[in-house]
Write a protein that binds this ligand. Structure first.
Ligand SMILES: Nc1ncnc2c1ncn2[C@@H]1O[C@H](COP(=O)(O)OP(=O)(O)OP(=O)(O)O)[C@@H](O)[C@H]1O
Ligand SMILES: [Mg+2]
Length: 179
């Protein structure tokens, strides 16, 4: 499903964020990557979703060589993966409903199907009553759940979450992991 071979990532400013990383994850696996702040966890995720390209080595996801993807092909590739970002990246001027719907609009899902699927995932993450709220009207944990709902709306083959429980108390953390 996913394979990293001899990956190195050096940023433009000379920081070596990753060096000789090898990783293989099969379909159906649930994997945690743990490491101190600055150790390269978010960098690894950026290589997986095509935001950054590796300085060395090969990143392969579902048979696609992600590091070699043309810029124009990245959006198409991203349809197969869902990412919950460390900083959520919700659209502040859109409601919860619109934030989730947007992920489906950009891939041209018909309007009726969007409405149905958004209600489904909002229910799944326990935010049924927050559809008309704006992100800044939500708690951190609620925003996190919107980000999760958006990431799973398209039923991606791969779901990546960057510290999905970083801002939550232990009980909410358990709920998010179960989700
Ligand atoms: N765009 C960038 N340009 C230059 N250096 C960067 C960039 N992004 C990250 N770095 C550096 O790369 C290293 C790894 O950063 P990264 O964000 O991957 O760490 P992390 O493990 O996610 O940390 P945290 O737990 O704090 O989120 C750090 O030294 C960081 O300063
Ligand atoms: Mg990080």
């Amino acid at each position: 499903m996913l394979e990293l071979k001899h990956i190195a990532k050096t940023y433009k400013n000379g920081v070596n964020a990753l060096y000789n990383i090898n990783l293989k994850i099969d379909q159906g696996e649930f994997v945690y990557i743990i490491g101190p702040t600055g150790s390269g966890k978010s960098t690894l995720i950026k290589l997986l979703d095509g935001e950054e390209i590796p300085t060395k080595g090969k990143v392969e996801v579902a048979g696609i060589n992600v590091g070699k993807l043309k810029h124009s092909k990245v959006p198409l590739y991203r349809r197969n993966i869902g990412v919950v970002f460390q900083d959520f990246r919700l659209l502040e001027r859109k409601t919860v409903f619109e934030n989730i719907a947007f992920a489906l609009e950009v891939i041209n899902v018909p309007k009726e199907r969007i409405r149905k699927r958004v209600r489904e995932v909002m229910n799944l993450v326990g935010l049924d009553d927050k559809g008309n709220s704006f992100p800044q009207e939500l708690s951190g944990g609620q925003q996190q759940r919107v980000a999760i709902a958006r990431a799973i709306a398209n039923k991606p083959k791969l779901l990546i979450a960057d510290e999905p429980t970083g801002n939550l108390d232990p009980q909410k953390s358990d709920e998010i992991m179960t989700l």
